[in-house]
Design a protein around this ligand. Structure first.
Ligand code: C2E
Ligand code: CA
Ligand code: CA
Length: 472
């Protein structure tokens, strides 16, 4: 062991002190460097705002405070509208300038202790500690207002609004959950026309998730015979005889039970599945008509099959061939099939639609406008299009029997249809009074719960065998 003599120890003291000072200075420098490094790591280099890491930091801190009893934080998530297009047209430098300006504007619209961050690209997140929803919405709208003025880019100026989602953090939220739900609200804002604030709504999320699930399952459903057709009679008002039936599709879902068409037709239309679905409906309905004509119990009724056709079907080049083949395969005359087309489908009226309509008309199948009066109600096209029937929307029948002036209104519509050389079918007839009123002004045919609800194939077949007139 080495011993230090007292004299040498006195010599050493000042050197140790100096060493200690030096170490302290080094430690401070290290701390500073670490602090700066950390700050740099938390900062978005372009805008000087916090970055994703800073957001996570602030979120963890705010959630910890919430656990101790302070109100939860609110997240405002923003996506700039049309930023990609702007970047493509104005270039990277201009796009960066827009991001910097937006960052400054957001910063100036919020309080000092609100955490403004850029998560990446054109995505900004503002975390408002301990903020109730109403105040967060006010702040959100203030930000949107701050983004309103044009941004000067030197030789031109651009407007850059934002789609914004608001979500109050829940105790169970991870940072990913919170961002995901706020992002869902951003997407909702985008789909509602952008440049607005949307609150996260769990019910809408659930509906969207169901829709997504439906898309995944619908293709399989068409192939594995989960779709079924229900049939509803269309009745000649003067005689009560059946003159047609409408095929209405339902989805017999193994878990959710019977799903109505309103729930999945729009999904099928939006995803391109409608063509396959339409073909299935066409084939199934036409085959069914053949069966009823061949069945001695039902052959006494001579009636046509109506199927609903989507706007997308008219856009398909094969549609006319599909129809013609389906009728030929079952040896049925084309006029035994009537295609119901909505006003909005017909009114698009581009070259292809007009060509398809003309071809179908030449083929000899019946063409009927569905839900007439529900939408555009332009009478002009009634004369121009090759249609031969008009199915009037049920809103006009609804008040018949309640409001006396409604009958003269309905009579006027009936007169317009007649003077265009067309036949009218009145849908949504639910009472005997409504049927009588329509009959009294010479309306030809009707459809509705009064005559019969849409029924599954077996029940409808049984009714055809049993009944001569509707109602029985
Ligand atoms: P739509 O073509 O207007 O069909 C008539 C709808 O009114 C049917 O609803 C029918 O059940 C209902 N309805 C019938 N009588 C009455 C009544 O007296 N009162 C009331 N309140 N309603 C009545 P559904 O079956 O839910 O069909 C809804 C829509 O789904 C249809 O409206 C049609 O646009 C569409 N759709 C149904 N099947 C198909 C299909 O095979 N293909 C396509 N593309 N669309 C279809
Ligand atoms: Ca219809
Ligand atoms: Ca209709």
């Amino acid at each position: 062991m080495t011993s230090v003599s007292p004299g040498r120890a006195a010599d050493l003291d000042p050197r140790i002190e100096e060493l200690e000072r030096h170490i302290q200075a080094l430690m401070q420098e290290l701390h500073q460097a670490r602090y700066e490094q950390r700050q740099e790591a938390l900062t978005d280099a372009l805008t000087g705002l916090g970055n994703r890491l800073a957001f996570v930091d602030a979120f963890i801190e705010a959630q910890a405070a919430a656990v101790k009893g302070s109100p939860p934080p609110a997240l405002l998530l923003l996506n700039l509208d049309g930023f990609k297009a702007l970047k493509n047209s104005a270039g990277h430098a201009a796009a960066d300038q827009v991001l910097v300006t937006v960052a400054m504007r957001i910063r100036s619209a919020v309080r000092e202790d609100d955490v403004v961050t850029r998560l990446g690209g054109d995505e900004f997140a503002v975390l408002l500690p301990a903020t109730p929803q109403s105040r967060a919405a006010t702040v959100g709208n203030r930000i949107l207002a701050a983004l309103e003025p044009n941004i000067d880019l030197g030789n031109n100026s651009v407007r850059c609004g934002a789609s914004m989602g608001l979500r109050i953090a829940e105790p169970h939220h991870s940072v990913e959950d919170l961002l995901q739900e706020a992002d869902f609200a951003v997407e909702e804002s985008k789909s509602e026309g952008r440049n607005k604030l949307k609150l996260f709504d769990p019910a809408t999320l659930h509906a969207r998730q169901l829709q997504r699930q439906i898309v995944g399952e619908l293709r399989e459903a068409i192939r594995s015979d989960q779709l079924v057709l229900f049939y509803q009679p269309i009745v000649e008002l003067a005689t009560g005889k059946i003159e047609g039936c409408e095929a209405l599709v339902r989805w017999n879902h193994p878990v959710h039970g019977l799903i109505m068409p309103d729930q999945f037709i729009p999904v099928a239309e939006a995803t391109g599945l409608i063509a396959e679905l339409g073909r299935w409906v066409l084939r199934t309905a036409v085959r069914q008509l053949r069966e009823w004509r061949d069945n001695p119990a039902t052959a006494q009724h001579v009636f046509s099959m109506r199927i609903n056709v989507s706007a997308e079907d008219l856009q398909s080049l094969e549609f006319v061939d599909d129809v013609s083949e389906a009728m030929a395969e079952e040896s049925l005359a084309p006029e035994l099939l009537v295609l119901e087309l909505t006003e909005s489908a017909i009114i698009q009226n581009n070259e292809l639609d007009r060509y398809t309509l003309a071809s179908l008309h030449r083929l000899g199948v019946g063409l009927e406008i569905d839900d007439f009066g529900a939408g555009y109600s332009s009478m002009g096209y009634l004369r121009k299009l090759p249609v031969d029937r008009v199915k009037v929307d049920r809103q006009f029948v609804k008040d018949l029997g309640k409001d006396p002036s409604q009958l003269s209104f309905v009579a006027a519509i009936q007169e317009v249809i007649r003077s265009c050389g067309l036949e009218g079918v009145w849908e949504g007839i639910e009472t005997a009074e409504q049927a009588d009123a329509l009959r009294s002004i010479g309306c030809a045919s009707g459809q509705g719960y009064y005559f019969g609800r849409p029924l599954p194939q077996a029940e409808f077949t049984e009714q055809l065998g049993r009944q001569r007139t509707w109602p029985a």
